[in-house]
Design a protein around this ligand. Structure first.
Ligand SMILES: Cc1cc2nc3c(=O)[nH]c(=O)nc-3n(C[C@H](O)[C@H](O)[C@H](O)COP(=O)(O)OP(=O)(O)OC[C@H]3O[C@@H](n4cnc5c(N)ncnc54)[C@H](O)[C@@H]3O)c2cc1C
Length: 220
């Protein structure tokens, strides 16, 4: 199968990077084809504006979704955006590896979505969720948090499902992905090294059977 792994972490020796490297190694050993988007190492530009496009529909007023439609119809996406769209369209499974930052994805990953997940190409009027244009693909979030697990059982923080709802449902399911159970590791800086090594081993074992795992996406 074809797997795209997207990582958003500035430090190549981070634990997130270790999870990312483990995933590449395991999936390749299992015979899958792997492509990657290491957003910091690519120096990916996360700022969404007219530079997303080589075409211009309206010179007087910039409406991103109108320009996306026009670019889709006229082969007008900028090369960096197009390259990422091609990888997403290519994959059967997309994995995002990131640290939870301000209850969300790091800005570089949000910017990747803002620029790459274009109207007309990934979703459209009346083409979302069950009829989203990426229907049939699976997605998996693999995240770490600084806060301990117990925080994410309190009303103040909300559950991890609540925290990640805008990402799992508002982005991934919206364009048609079915979402696999979350891979989450809390207090990652404060646990023992041995425990982190165990996490990497369990992650590798999980990935060996990842294509047989049931999704958590409900029919919408
Ligand atoms: C801007 C910002 C916002 C944040 N917002 C939130 C938030 O909303 N909620 C929240 O809970 N947290 C938040 N945090 C904390 C953040 O989620 C954690 O700092 C992050 O998840 C830690 O992951 P890391 O990969 O950066 O850890 P690292 O610090 O890179 O790694 C942790 C430890 O693992 C070690 N390690 C690396 N590789 C290996 C290996 N192969 N085997 C064993 N050990 C290894 C490292 O040496 C280090 O000691 C925020 C942090 C920032 C900077």
């Amino acid at each position: 199968m074809k797997v795209l792994i997207v990582i958003a972490h500035p430090e190549p020796k981070s634990f997130n990077a270790a999870m990312y490297q483990e995933a590449i190694k395991t999936l390749e050993e299992e015979g899958h084809e792997v492509k990657t988007s290491d957003l910091y190492r690519m120096n990916f530009n996360p700022v969404s504006d007219r530079n997303n496009f080589t075409t211009v529909k309206n010179t007087a007023y910039f409406s991103q979704q109108n320009e996306e439609h026009f670019a889709y119809e006229n082969n007008g996406f900028a090369s960096d955006v197009l390259a990422e769209q091609d990888k997403v369209l290519w994959c059967d499974l997309m994995i995002w590896q990131f640290p939870l930052w301000w209850f969300s994805v790091p800005a570089i990953l949000k910017g990747w979505v803002d620029r790459v997940f274009a109207m007309g190409k990934f979703y459209d009027n009346g083409r979302m969720y069950d009829t989203g244009l990426l229907k049939g693909k699976k997605a998996l979030l693999s995240i770490t948090t600084g806060g301990p697990e117990k925080n994410y059982t309190t009303a103040k923080y909300g559950s991890t499902d609540q925290v990640l709802h805008p990402i799992q449902t508002g982005i991934l399911e919206f364009v048609g992905f079915s979402v696999l159970p979350l891979e989450i590791h809390c207090s990652i800086e404060r646990i023992e090294d041995e425990k982190r090594k165990e996490i990497l081993e369990k992650w590798s074992n999980r990935l060996k059977d990842i294509f047989t795992e049931p999704v958590v996406t409900a029919d919408k």
